[in-house]
Design a protein around this ligand. Structure first.
Ligand SMILES: Cc1cc2nc3c(=O)[nH]c(=O)nc-3n(C[C@H](O)[C@H](O)[C@H](O)COP(=O)(O)OP(=O)(O)OC[C@H]3O[C@@H](n4cnc5c(N)ncnc54)[C@H](O)[C@@H]3O)c2cc1C
Length: 493
């Protein structure tokens, strides 16, 4: 929140709705360029899905800090600062275990080439041509070929190879074999350039440093400030209205203190342009209202599909217990399904899980071993469950996850000090993403997101759409693109 010495203004050049990585990055760039920027967040903390939570006295869990491509270093250095960029480090031990293979890799092109040739017995020329094809895909490709067709072209009949290449990317951005191949190619190549990276210090430190940089660049920040309306006058952006209802989210971090109500609650703040970092469909249909768009655009926006959601189980070990690092590594892609199948990955009957193992080095100085199990999930499977069945299903999820972890951490039930589960309902509650989508919308959402300003001058969207623009790196980079578009608009208008 702003302090009494830096009061909010009645009017801004830019209002950013939502403090996900895309919203914060755009706010930072525009603030740094000298625009008056207000960042409004409905939650009591910044970060969106890039978040963490505390439990009991000393437990802290990361929700989406499992791994991102090396490009994050460059993007953070350029659009945030060197201190943030310098804390990004590589995760070197990525494990796979499923009925088709068990292996460890550094998850980069050299090591995958070695594995594909030596272990999977593929021709070196096929492997190299596949990598080059994936790397050369761009946003300007026509998007007709599906990922399944791409794999059929290079590795017909090799579902073991498809599993190695596809399973981690499905976790990284929710993409499936039926999605356009370029959504796979771009993200896969990003990871293959140098492996998988993380932020040393944890998500809490990362977001704290981003916040400090926003303040340094003059961005005004208001948390607990859900926007209920984007105000359009004469076909143009005029401002936003902040709801006077706080969301009632429970801030355990604040240890019993109540969250301060937003000073902006119930107010309309005027501005020249708005960037919504909220869910794309929520932005169009709830915040703006379909009456402000052309009929064709509304039809196109209606047709945009949402991405899938997730379940997670967070576990902390008792003091004095530790993981065997050789056995567990950093990231573990596990599955008991006989072959890779998208519908199995989404099923309530979970067969595939990614375990992220966190060691004391994640937060130097904090002697904590935690593990987070993530699985893709469908919102519909959880949304309508009556409360008692929902609680039972969460407990089941915890128990089957512990059963599955037993293979890698023997006697896990004796070692674990704390367990908790999150479901698609949790993700919906904390971010207001329709259907609790972990990665926004499918690919067609990108064109809709990019064309908002043609419908309403001054209106922009940035954040998880189109698979490529999601994940930590995708969101940061889409924030940069949106900030550039807004800068051009503001200069011209
Ligand atoms: C379980 C899980 C695991 C993940 N793991 C990884 C991973 O390992 N690596 C990776 O790169 N990515 C991962 N991701 C994805 C990544 O976290 C997201 O793609 C990225 O953080 C999304 O950023 P965003 O800018 O789209 O905004 P979001 O994070 O979606 O944030 C949007 C923000 O807008 C706010 N908001 C919405 N509506 C309003 C309103 N009306 N008024 C005010 N505020 C509003 C929300 O509260 C939220 O803070 C994971 C996601 C999930 C769910």
């Amino acid at each position: 929140m702003q302090t009494a010495t830096t009061p909010y203004l009645d009017s801004y050049d830019v209002i950013v709705i939502g403090s996900g990585l895309a919203g914060m990055t755009a706010a930072n760039i525009l603030g740094r360029s000298g625009y008056k920027v207000l960042l409004l967040e409905r939650h009591y903390k910044l970060g969106g899905l890039a978040t963490w939570f505390r439990r009991e006295d000393n437990l802290i869990f990361d929700v989406s800090l499992h791994g991102f491509p090396v490009g994050m270093i460059k993007s953070c250095r350029r659009y945030w600062n060197a201190d943030i960029a310098d804390r990004i480090v590589q995760l070197k031990h990525i494990h796979f275990d499923n009925p088709q293979f068990k292996l460890v890799t550094t998850f980069d092109r050299d090591d995958f080439t070695r594995l594909l040739i030596e272990r999977f017995k593929l021709e070196p020329s096929t492997v190299s041509e596949f990598f080059d094809t994936a790397r050369n895909m761009t946003h300007y490709d026509n998007g007709q070929m599906t990922t399944r067709e791409l794999f059929n072209r290079f590795f017909p009949g090799r579902d073991d190879v498809v599993r190695l290449l596809m399973e981690p990317i499905t976790y990284a951005n929710g993409s499936t074999l039926e999605d356009p191949a370029l959504t796979y190619g771009i993200v896969f190549s990003n990871f293959m350039s140098k492996g998988v990276y993380t932020f040393q210090g944890g998500t809490d430190l990362f977001i704290k440093l981003l916040r400090q940089e926003l303040v340094r660049n003059g961005v005004h920040i208001a948390t607990n400030s859900p926007v209920e309306k984007i105000v359009v006058e004469n076909g143009k952006i005029a401002g936003v209205r902040v709801s006077d209802h706080s969301l009632g989210l429970k801030p355990l971090e604040l240890r019993g203190k109540t969250t301060p109500a937003s000073e902006l609650g119930g107010k309309t703040i005027r501005c020249r342009s708005v960037l919504s970092n909220g869910n794309l469909k929520g932005t169009i249909f709830n915040l703006v209202g379909k009456e402000h768009f052309s009929a064709d655009f509304v039809e196109e926006a209606n047709a945009v599909r949402l991405n899938n959601s997730s379940t997670q189980v967070y576990m902390a070990l008792k003091q004095g217990e530790a993981f065997d690092e050789d056995e567990c590594g950093d990231l573990y892609f596990t599955s008991t399904a006989p072959a890779f199948q998208t519908d199995l990955l989404l099923s309530r009957n979970i067969t595939s899980r990614t375990f992220s193992f966190y060691y004391p080095r994640t937060r130097p100085g904090v002697d904590l071993y935690t593990v987070v199990a993530s699985s893709n999930a469908r919102y519909e499977d959880w949304a309508e469950l009556p409360e008692d069945e929902y609680k039972r299903s969460k407990e089941d999820l915890i128990q089957v996850t512990l059963d599955s972890l037993e293979k890698y951490v023997p006697n896990i039930r004796d070692k674990v000090a704390y367990v908790e589960a999150a479901t698609p309902r949790t993700f919906r509650e904390y971010t207001d993403h329709w259907s609790g989508a972990s990665f926004g919308t499918k690919y067609e959402g990108l064109a809709v997101s990019r064309s908002l300003a043609q419908q309403i001058p001054g209106l922009y969207h940035s954040g998880s759409v189109g698979i490529i623009m999601s994940g930590w790196l995708g969101a940061v980079n889409y924030g940069v693109i949106a900030a550039n578009d807004m800068d051009s608009f503001l200069v011209q208008s």
